[in-house]
Write a protein that binds this ligand. Structure first.
Ligand code: ADP
Ligand code: MG
Ligand code: ZN
Length: 744
């Protein structure tokens, strides 16, 4: 009897195609679920961080669909790259855009008429122009993918008016499933995507925004050119991006780095289009190792081996910072993010803010800047801060991949210094009847001889010179810490003069003790060249062989006039350089080697490895830990960690949030986070002790109809009046309340 083998369903064919075509053994988190949903004919939205592998979510299903998958993508310059990558894997893909001449356009359209392609990349404006819609209707469209879908939203950071026209596509192709993809998580953008694209009961997939392979570091900004140069020189094989605030500084920095012998180019929106794309190409093709760019650079950049991102100036908000750092390490290998921070940058930006005429807009920009400053000055885990910003909870005490976790700052008894500082502020006011800026207070403490001191006779103060034992920069740093702790306050009149906050006055009167964390005092203590800290995702390999394979890859890529990563990613080369494949079967085991790449590049690679082994000993390496699949959404752990517990104990003892924050030298946001975590893990606390009933009402109104973890839109809706910490606590109480009400 003959067994009847039913044909595999499209979804069931995916795992073998994944290996055969793309050379990967397993799916990344959520990829398979997303593909299954789109193959079921559902509209889907995939919100996954950069590097999560969104492209595959429409590319792989395209291979099993009957018909053409149309991909809408915002950047003409990058379509060719994406198509090149697919073709290198043996996938019939093409693109249509204004860079092609008439003959080439017609040839491709004829091929489309004949159904020769599985994927077609187009720019949104073209999709609806002239007789294109009619043509499209004849090409048996089976799915429509909208990449970088946040471009449709004015609330996003890359609004493209052309994307708005995509709405009419849904009417033209009523039965065709849409898939929208983005790395932007805010609910407002997400809602815009759903409504603008007219998606029908879409399945929405959101993954954690943690990027385990990225390390985060903040150091005081000294001489930025020198700092960037040191950092880059310490990583002679790695490419990266330096983000600068102004167009001019991108050019001057690139020129300075070139003068030091580094291959650096500039990139900004004000450049001539030719030069801009030439510079971008040089970076994508590993000819320039450094690109000094404004925020105009980056969206859709496919280069997977960006090994570091430096922010030479303070970004305007945490969301932008997260997106820009996110361009590092798409391949999953360790990558470093460094922020050069100075108060001067904050001041500069505050000046720009004054020019915003709309009051509400100014308030939002101001609070975003405050958050960014808080990130830079915070002593806590940077990863926890970033994730907290997006409403995610980082459930561990130590992330192992940021400066705060890797070299926790020392704490010390700062009672004497704090009292000196606070009383100096007090005495100045008492003598002069006005308040002064931070720098002046530091001058008085350090016993300086400045014009202001003489004019105001501040050398007669009892606190004059009582801090001679320390450099005045230490006093400035201490003053900032006291500001952050809420013991001092700064005037909002543009002069930023210091006065004692209620809490500071009380502390001075009660003779409280202070334990502080030592601030990073100087650039000298924070060498920029320090080696990569994030080891998550590392693939140890024979570095010399890796270098040789990289050189070979460049030759293969140049011969085909494509960027290196189109041939093989760094991950693939590292796997080769640790398992030394010497025949086709072994080569096929390497992640990233599929049938087509084996046929095209197998020979030269195998020869190179055989030749290498003739002269070099084979090294051996520890087995790789399989990457732990991140949870769909991070959950707070049942047990509280030590630091949260310490907060909880004080809170139970009746100390206010502000009080705990100053006592522990942590920010109010951090303390609120600890308490939210306590509530999540079952601690019975009363919401009323955190916010007023008026605030509660306001929050309830703002949260109505709001879904998802990101708090930014709510924060904005409330005009920044209610802190993130309170919003988070409110949300936590609400959810805890609801789940308690649900019978088990
Ligand atoms: P995104 O668009 O989400 O930023 P990409 O689609 O550009 O990410 O993918 C990032 C990198 O991950 C690419 O180099 C891609 O080849 C790789 N990748 C995607 N899916 C997998 C997988 N299942 N296994 C291994 N690598 C993958
Ligand atoms: Mg992408
Ligand atoms: Zn950390």
């Amino acid at each position: 009897m003959k067994a009847i083998v039913p044909p595999l369903s499209p979804a069931a064919q995916l795992p073998s195609l994944l290996k055969q075509v793309f050379g990967y053994d397993s799916f990344r988190p959520l990829q398979q679920e997303i593909m299954a949903a789109t193959l079921d004919g559902l509209d889907t939205v995939a919100i996954l961080p950069t590097g999560a592998g969104k492209s595959l979510c429409y590319q792989l299903p395209a291979l099993v669909r009957d018909g053409l998958t149309v991909v809408v993508s915002p950047l003409i310059a990058l379509m060719k790259d994406q198509v090149d990558q697919l073709r290198a894997a043996g996938v019939a893909a093409t693109y249509l855009n204004s860079t092609l001449d008439g003959t080439e356009q017609r040839a491709r359209q004829t091929d489309l008429d004949e159904g020769k392609y599985r994927l077609l990349y187009v720019a949104p404006e073209r999709l609806l122009a002239g007789d294109f819609p009619k043509k499209l209707a004849g090409w048996k469209v089976a799915a429509i993918a909208v990449d970088e879908a946040h471009c449709i939203s004015e609330w996003g950071h890359d609004f493209r008016p052309e994307y708005r026209q995509l709405a009419t596509l849904r009417e033209r192709f009523p039965g065709v499933p849409f898939i929208a993809l983005t790395a932007t998580a805010t609910p407002r953008v997400r809602e815009d995507i759903l409504s603008q694209l007219r998606l029908r009961e879409p399945r929405i997939f959101i993954s954690s925004f943690n990027r385990p392979n990225l390390s985060y570091r903040v150091i005081p900004k000294g001489k930025p050119i020198r700092q960037v140069w040191e950092f880059v020189s310490a990583r002679p094989h790695d490419a990266g991006i330096v983000y600068c605030q102004s167009r001019k500084s991108t050019e001057s920095l690139a020129a300075a780095l070139r003068a030091e012998g580094l291959s650096a180019v500039a990139y900004h929106a004000g450049m001539d289009a030719n030069e801009r794309s030439k510079n971008q190409d040089a970076f994508l093709r590993d000819e320039a190792r450094v690109v000094c760019a404004t925020v105009a650079f980056g969206m859709g950049i496919n280069k997977s081996n960006v090994r570091w991102v430096i922010h030479a100036d303070l970004p305007k908000n945490v969301e932008g910072y997260y997106q820009e750092t996110g361009r590092a390490g798409r391949d999953g290998l360790p990558a470093d993010c460094l922020l050069l921070y100075s108060r001067g940058d904050v001041m500069k930006q505050l000046k720009f803010l004054d020019e915003i005429s709309d009051e509400q807009a100014r308030a939002i920009a101001r609070s975003q800047l405050d958050q960014m400053t808080e990130y830079a000055e915070d002593e806590g885990c940077r990863r926890a801060y970033l994730l907290g910003y997006f409403g995610d909870v980082w459930p561990h005490d130590n992330c192992g991949g940021c400066d705060a976790c890797l070299s926790p700052r020392e704490t010390y008894d700062a009672t004497v210094e704090c009292r000196k500082f606070l009383s100096c502020v007090f005495r100045i006011r008492q003598l002069s009847g006005f308040t002064t800026g931070l720098q002046h207070v530091a001058d008085v403490l350090a016993g300086g001889n400045t014009e202001k001191i003489r004019r105001w006779k501040h050398e007669t103060l009892s606190t004059y010179g009582i801090g001679r034992d320390k450099p005045r920069t230490d006093w400035v740093a201490l003053g900032r810490q006291l500001l952050r702790m809420g013991l001092l306050q700064q005037s909002q009149d543009g002069f930023s003069t210091l006065s004692l906050a209620h809490e500071g006055l009380a502390a001075l009167k009660d003779g409280r003790d202070f334990t502080l964390t030592r601030p990073p005092v100087s650039v000298r203590d924070n060498p920029v060249s320090a080696t990569a800290v994030a080891k998550a995702g590392a693939i140890p390999c024979d570095e010399a062989l890796f270098a040789a394979l990289r050189a070979l890859r460049k030759e293969l890529a140049d011969a085909r006039d494509v960027p290196s990563y189109v041939v093989f990613s760094d991950v693939t080369l590292r796997h080769m350089a640790r398992s030394y494949p010497v025949d086709d079967a072994a080569l096929l085991q390497i992640p990233g080697v599929g049938d087509k790449k084996l046929a095209d590049f197998g020979q030269p690679i195998l020869q190179a490895i055989a030749a290498w082994l003739a002269d070099h000993a084979r090294q051996s390496f520890p087995a790789l830990r399989p990457a732990a699949a991140p949870a769909r959404k991070m959950q707070a752990e049942g047990a509280l960690n030590g630091t949260a517990l310490a907060t909880l104990e004080r809170f139970r003892a009746g100390i206010s949030i502000d009080g705990i924050a100053s006592e522990r030298g942590l920010t109010v946001t951090t303390i609120e986070g600890h308490l939210a975590r306590a509530v999540e893990s079952g601690e019975k606390l009363d919401g009323r002790s955190f916010y007023t009933s008026r605030e509660e009402q306001e929050m309830r109104g703002a949260f109505a109809g709001h879904e998802g973890p990101a708090l930014l839109p709510i924060y904005e809706k409330l005009g920044g009046r209610i802190s993130y910490g309170k919003l988070r606590l409110f949300l936590t109480f609400e959810t805890a309340g609801k789940s308690a009400a649900t019978p088990a």
